[in-house]
Ligand binder design. Structure first.
Ligand code: F0G
Length: 368
């Protein structure tokens, strides 16, 4: 049997880090699940790349293994990041595995409880800032510039290098790239990373490549997918065409108004013939509920934006019949149970009221 060894060991010939000294928690190798309920609704063949199955419950682990491996090689003792929650959870875990200190700069009151708990239990120093993610990223950059702290946000190029491996896994699993790849867009690192991965598998370098085109390993495909990004309507700078000063959305992971990887993401969209659209918060919550109730996959709100976007485009007749579509669902639903339960219970968040008697007739009665 083949045991998955983490993305650095599995794809070492395509990654610019020392595989002998990898800081790894066994990330990657995540399920690619065919979602029949979504296929039926869209007329396409839809798969979910379930990134919530990573060690800390989100896709960030793919980038954190490479970034942490590199900063350890460069002799860092402290890492810093800004985060809407998942990056901080991942950075805290990988820093603890590497024996490094970790400081996380967070927008106060806007981090889902599960993610906050992860940063705390992994021993990070939490700095809750009276500001949004964009303010936090500016602070993290400034700190890393003037103090001995290594920045592990996705502006660190090693992050995208690791995250590109999700595209490799999809092509390896399907035997070819999908026709369309859909994913949520926040700080815009992940869409840039997937485009990098798909392009490199097709033998093409992109602006995010760390190897020149003629040094890339041999191509394994001659195609690339269209990249479709999805933002929350209250935090949709790409749709507006300019930064959003006060981003707001229930999907706190993508509550970002000034994406750092703007140019790379715009290139991914344009060079792939793709698009970046917005969906309303209610569409996000309904897609989250649909995925849980009909596909068996519980994702966090930001992750459901990908599926909400696909459903909206299908509704508009813009999804070609029979197309192969992969939606990345970026984070685990357990990270933010409060939002999911609030939607499920129509706002009040309370589950079934009184306990029933501990006897079979009572159980049968309760089942109706
Ligand atoms: N989905 C989830 C669950 C996320 O946590 C993020 C980003 C995204 C999508 C968007 O990815 O930023 O690469 O466009 N979370 C970052 C964080 C910002 O701090 O955890 P992106």
């Amino acid at each position: 049997a083949h045991l998955w060894r983490g993305i650095i060991a599995e794809y070492h010939d395509r990654l610019p880090v020392d595989a002998e000294r990898a800081v790894s928690l066994g990330e990657g190798g995540t399920p690619l699940v065919e979602a029949h309920a979504i296929s039926e609704r869209t007329g396409a063949r839809v798969y979910l790349k379930v990134e919530g199955a990573n060690p800390t419950g989100s896709f960030k682990d793919r980038g954190m293994t490479t970034a942490m491996t590199q900063v350890v090689a460069e002799g860092a003792e402290l890492v810093v990041c800004a985060s809407t929650g998942n990056t901080s959870a991942s950075a805290a875990a990988y820093a603890s595995a590497a024996g490094l200190g970790c400081a996380v700069i967070l927008p106060a009151g806007k981090i889902a409880a599960g993610k906050l708990a992860q940063a705390v239990v992994h021993g990070a120093t939490l700095l809750a800032v009276d500001g949004n993610f964009d303010d936090c990223l500016n602070l993290a950059r400034a700190l890393a510039k003037d103090y001995p702290a290594a920045l592990v946000n996705s502006v660190n190029p090693y992050r995208l290098q690791g995250q590109k491996t999700a595209a490799f896994e999809i092509v390896d699993a399907l035997g070819a790239p999908p026709d369309i790849h859909v994913l949520p867009v926040g700080n815009a690192g992940n869409i840039s990373a997937y485009w990098l991965g798909y392009s490199e598998y097709a033998g093409r370098a992109t602006a995010a490549s760390m190897l020149p085109a003629n040094d890339l390993p041999e191509a394994v495909t001659d195609r690339v997918p269209q990249m479709w990004g999805v933002q929350a309507a209250g935090a949709a700078p790409f749709v507006k065409g300019a930064p959003v000063e006060h981003p707001e959305t229930v999907a706190t992971a993508i509550r970002i108004g000034a994406p750092a990887s703007w140019d790379l993401a715009a290139a991914a969209r344009d060079d792939s013939g793709g698009r970046i659209d917005a969906v309303e918060d209610l569409e996000i919550l309904e897609a989250q509920a649909l995925l849980a109730a009909e596909a068996g996959v519980f994702v966090e709100p930001a992750s459901a934006a990908s599926v909400a976007g696909l459903l909206a485009r299908a509704e508009a007749g813009e999804v070609p019949a029979g197309a192969t579509v992969v939606c990345t669902v970026t984070g685990n639903g357990l990270k933010d149970t409060v939002t999911a339960l609030a939607h499920h219970t129509g706002g009040h968040g309370e589950l079934a009221s009184e306990p029933i008697a501990a006897d079979l007739p009572a159980v049968v009665r309760a089942l109706g």
